[in-house]
Design a protein around this ligand. Structure first.
Ligand SMILES: [Zn+2]
Length: 281
């Protein structure tokens, strides 16, 4: 029988027989995981899930693979001072990611790639999930981060000074302007309030959204109240959202898609020996 028409890359938009037919020729699946957290007065709360969705679609078109339904919840405790933010505990996020992976491996997806749209916040829980899934099933499991898989391309596309590609800033706003323009209110985007040239003694994140940021770092958690207090002057924004354009957003997502597709090609070349996980009730 010939393969049924692939009318969508999204598993939840297909019928089960189409998924079964695909599994006879390919075992790669992307699992987009974002967050539901504030992104200023100008950009939607679903922005981090939008990273995971748009990057997964771009990659899947190039690499010819399927995508699991997007997960809109991530680790967002730092934004709980802002209404609308809904997050999972870190161990819940890890458990959900592992269980999604177990279902996919059970069906025959031997290569599970978590596409993270919520940056440094989701990274540790998802890396632990990938380790657990691999150890339990033998599947190839990996995490790819939308901000870290095309660093050079993103740096080249952005205009703001180093250190200003922050939360809901230039790069994040460009992505939603390109792919969700009806959800963006650029008239509400605040001017950059980043203090240029100054560097706090405890730079409080190991990884930032800005690939051009250099220097030494710490990780120091901030309470949601302190984070709101610190960023309220910037309206929940870190960086310069006004420099965003849709053109930059299109180019950025394409670069991320290419970066993920390159990794998929590598993943396909690796042998995997699967132990199917049991069905759990
Ligand atoms: Zn974000």
């Amino acid at each position: 029988m010939t393969e049924p028409a692939l009318i969508s890359r999204w598993i939840h938009e297909l019928t089960w027989d189409v998924v079964e037919a695909r599994l006879k020729k390919d075992d790669v699946v992307l699992v987009p995981i974002g967050a539901t957290e504030q992104h200023g007065h100008h950009a939607p709360i679903m922005l981090d899930t939008a990273w995971a969705i748009t990057s997964s679609v771009a990659a899947a078109e190039i690499a010819d693979c399927l995508i699991a339904p997007p997960m809109h919840y991530g680790w967002s405790y730092g934004h709980m001072g802002f209404p609308g933010t809904i997050g999972l505990r870190a161990e819940t996020l890890t458990a959900v990611a592992v269980e999604i992976g177990q279902c996919l491996v059970r069906h025959g997806f031997g290569r599970v790639i978590y596409v993270n749209g919520n940056r440094m916040a989701n990274l540790a829980p998802l890396e632990i999930a990938a380790v657990e899934l691999h150890l339990e099933t033998g599947a190839f499991a990996a995490v790819v981060d939308c901000g870290l898989v095309a660093k050079e391309e993103i740096a080249a596309l952005m205009d703001g000074p180093p250190g200003t590609l922050g939360h809901a800033g230039e790069s994040e706003t460009a992505m939603v302007l390109a792919h969700y323009p009806h959800l963006v209110r650029m008239e509400n985007a605040p001017p950059n309030r980043q203090e240029e040239g100054s560097r706090p003694k405890l730079r409080e994140l190991h990884i930032t959204l800005d690939p051009r940021q250099e220097g030494n770092s710490w990780y120091v958690p901030r309470s949601p109240e302190a984070f709101r207090e610190q960023t309220i002057g910037r309206l929940g924004v870190v960086g310069d959202a006004r420099r965003a354009t849709a053109e930059k957003g299109v180019a950025m997502v394409q670069a991320i898609g290419r970066g993920i597709a390159d990794g998929i090609a590598d993943a396909r070349s690796r042998p995997v020996t699967i132990q199917r996980p049991p069905i759990r009730g």
